[in-house]
Write a new protein. Structure first.
Length: 104
């Protein structure tokens, strides 16, 4: 029995299928991020640098456990988190509930 070597078109179809799943999961994560954003009172709470560090450490560990590149996963998550922070800040500002960070 010979192994089938996929064509480039088949590989791209699989990547497209995975992209859809990833985007559906990002949408689900976004819904929870929006809920979390309603519980935060100011921009510092939205930015939450300690939480960002915690999430990055967690996803790097998951990447290592699953055979994904921890560096690629970290870069992807940093971009994802930055986008969600921007979304939360925009929602706070449009709702008029965000308090600016105090300047030292």
């Amino acid at each position: 029995m010979t192994e089938h070597t996929p064509s480039l078109a088949e590989v791209r179809d699989e990547i497209d299928r995975l992209d859809r799943q990833i985007i559906e999961l990002i949408a689900e994560r976004q819904r929870w991020v929006v809920v979390a954003g309603t519980l935060k009172m100011d921009e510092h709470a939205v930015r939450a640098p300690d939480r960002v560090a915690q999430v990055i450490a967690k996803v790097r560990g998951i990447a290592a456990d699953t055979g994904a590149s921890p560096d690629v996963v970290e870069r992807a998550y940093r971009a994802l988190i930055a986008g969600f922070i921007d979304l939360e800040l925009e929602l706070h500002r449009s709702a008029g509930t965000a308090q600016p960070l105090a300047t030292p």
